[in-house]
Every structure is written in structure tokens, then in C-alpha cells.
Design a protein around this ligand. Sequence first.
Ligand code: ZN
Length: 299
Amino acid sequence: MADRLARVLTVDGLVRGVAAVTTDLCDDARARHGTFPTATAALGRALTSALLLAATGKRDERLSLEFSGDGPLRGLLVEATPEGTARGFAFRPKTDVPPRDGKLDVGGALGTGQLCVMRVPLEGGSMYRSIVPLVSGEIGMDVASYLAQSVQIPSAVGVGVLVGRDGAVTAAGGYLLQGMPGADPAMLDRLAARVEQAPPPSELVHSGHGPADILAMLLDDLPARVLEERAVSFRCRCSTARVRAAIIAMGRDEIGALVAEGEPAEAVCEFCSTAYTVGADELRALLDSMAAGGEGASA
Ligand code: ZN
């Protein structure tokens, strides 16, 4: 099953759902950052959560989740767009802690701390920011708690990552169900009970369920329409041009020092681990162009 995300709305308009299969995306993140199993699960759950939340937001904003905790993992920073791209990293990627109840102990790795949710408009405008304490550090529960506390939308969130013996991600995915204003509380309770009894999302993905299948299974007898289905992938916004801009921002003295040493400038994007090298010749050219620009400005 290729990575996909689906959005549905029940025919009565009272429950909306988003689900995603994110196996390749999570394994891409693992390979890029070299994460160990517990960190792989934590990062995959966070990336999947960000995609689900971004799909419920506005079309023109980016969503970011920053988990920080006092456990060995320390934290996670992930971002997603409504177009279905996500990027992110674990603060300590080589984190692996003993399993708890036969499962990867993401909550133990993250510890106690907080979740900061940001919605950043792409074209300027004011940023939305909300901070809530972590309830379990298991990611899905923390996101559900944020939705209940900060946005006050009754929500069920499930995210899961299955890591194989070789450390690669074998299945990953998640879902988010939300009651809209006017939804009958008794119906939402029945829905919550069904979600509770459902197999974890990683198992559903492992057994071949696509995102629309997962939602149909969770919504059971509620007739719903699929509003959208799209591909999702790990994609970063970094580029050679951005690295060059960052070097220019270092200032002429620092660049001049690098040029004097004949050393290239090296940078690694923390979101995707792509390494950039700007050679000595290019640095000299950058410095020359800055010098020309500086004289022009003062003349
Ligand atoms: Zn990057």
C-alpha cells in the first residue's frame, strides 16, 4: 500500500475523519536520520500526527508540532503541509529504550514535558501557537489532549509505527476522527467505543488497509463521503539557495575567515539530514559579490 491520506465527512456532516498510511514516509525519516527503534516510532508517530492535523487545517498554512520531554529522546520537531508533505527530526535519534508491555516505549523515551502546536500562515499573517502538557508522551494521546483542551473538539487520534527486526519501518499510519458542532454526544460515545476496540493503526496498515478503508471501518454504520485522497511523502524545504542565503547571513568576516583557510563551508539540514558543501571557490565568489554590493550601497 503506497503512502496516502484520505479525508471523509459523514453524510450528516457531524463527524469528519482523516487517515493516512505513512509506512514509506516514516522509513524515509528513519533512513535519513539513522534513528534507533524507539526514536523511529516516536518520529513516525509525530510525522503522521502532523500530517493528520495539517489535513484538518487551512489550505495555506504549515503545521508544526514540537514535543519536548525530560526523557532520553529529549524531543521531536515535525512539520507538515496540507499538500501532504512532512519533515522532521528527533533531538536524540540514537535513542532506544527497553520495550514496555511488548511495545516500543515512546512515552518512556520522551518522558514528561510539553507539546507546542503551531499553525504558520504561508503568506504572512498571525501565527497560531498553543502549548499543552504531555499526558503520556505516546504522541497520539498527547495530540488528542491538545485537541480537547485547546481547540475543544472531541477527537479520537490513533497513530502507530511497526518497526521490524532489522530496524526498518514495516507499517505505519494513523487516523483522526472529530465530532463537529451539533454532533449527538451519545453517537460520539459509540464512536469512541468502536475506536477503542479497533486494532492499532499500524496493524490495520500491516494487514493491507488503505486510509479510506481504515475510516470506513472506524465509522462502521455511519454513511460517509470521501472528500479527498492524496499521496503523502517526506519532503524538506531546504535547498542550495537557502544554504547560500544562510552563509551570506554569517557576514563577511566569517566568510572571509573560511576563504583565508581555504576551507569549504559545510552545513547539514537538521530536518532531513541533507549535507551541503559550498566550496572555497564559491565562497570567494560570494564574498566578492557581497563586497561589490556593500560598496554599491555606501557609494
Ligand atoms: Zn532539509
